[in-house]
Design a protein around this ligand. Sequence first.
Ligand SMILES: [Zn+2]
Length: 376
Amino acid sequence: MFGTSWRVGRIAGIEVRIDSSWAVIALLITYSMYRQVSILYPELSGGGAVALGILATVLFFGSVLVHELAHALVSQARGIRVQDITLFLFGGATRAKVDSRGPGDEFVIALVGPLTSGLLAALFGVVAGLGGDVLSTPLAGTLGYLAWTNLLLAGFNLVPGFPLDGGRLLRSAIWKATGSLGRATRIASAAGQAVGWLLVASGVAWLLAGDLAGGIWFAFIGWFLVQAARSSYQELQLQQLLRGVEAEDVMAGDLRPIPPGLSLQDAVDDYFMRYGHGAFPVEEHGKTIGLLTLRGVRQVPREQWPTHRVRDAMVPLGDQVVVAPDARMDGVVGKLQDGEAGRVLVAQNGEVVGIITPSDLTRWLRRRQPLEGSTR
Ligand SMILES: [Zn+2]
């Protein structure tokens, strides 16, 4: 669900990112707005139509951001840490452990998003209506269009399919009624997949009826929702599987420390080639001072390997995500997904005793699953 995303800034201490899918969407919206504006207002110059198209896209983008900020700020006000906000295809996602508390928190945090979009719709509508005399007709029309867009955003987000806001409301209600987060998530995510498939089906129907752009658009959003609903549930399953498990249960522990003064050539011959790990801790006087990764070695030209030292190519320990051996794995998984390096170091008293990579986690799950054949 989260492919490549770019960091664009920080608002109220919350990191705001833009998913790469957004770039395509922004172009698409700008273009369709430009076309619509030039058809509706033929008196407008080409440049004016482009400017209005861009303005509409920026305001749409801003509206989605304000919707997500509402989720994030209410989360923070309730003492739930917000990791970041990512804007992507049909809106945004605020990453916070909303389900770490109770159904009440999740209900309020989910509800505030569509409410905010509804308010924005009213705001744009009022400005477009009252400003009709002052603003030019095309500008007022564009603002009116944004009122509708925000209303649509509120409505779409209220559809009861997880992970849409409506799906979260549904989940919190079932959670409250049954007391089981697992069951609530399963039902809400099934609803999310059903809504997603319904969108795909209507997209295909539109496509067959001859509306190419509208059809693809709907099918795309539907497919996205199906995937998001499915992965949200799998993530929860993983969390539950990892409950009570500690970092040292999962980590690869047979680490072989490398001395910092070794040449890269020797490190490659005696460590990477021999043990097949992707990274080794660099140790000096019994303390780990960094990590030498295969990627780090590859950044040095091969002919310099005999003269280059491990110390110069290693990643300092301070740049790594480090956890204690008794850190709870359900928390570590989040760090594993956040970290740019895709790895978490396990350290005790300043010495790295293990490494956890996604493949270590997969290996652990594979070992674990036959023992728990009945959990499905
Ligand atoms: Zn929302």
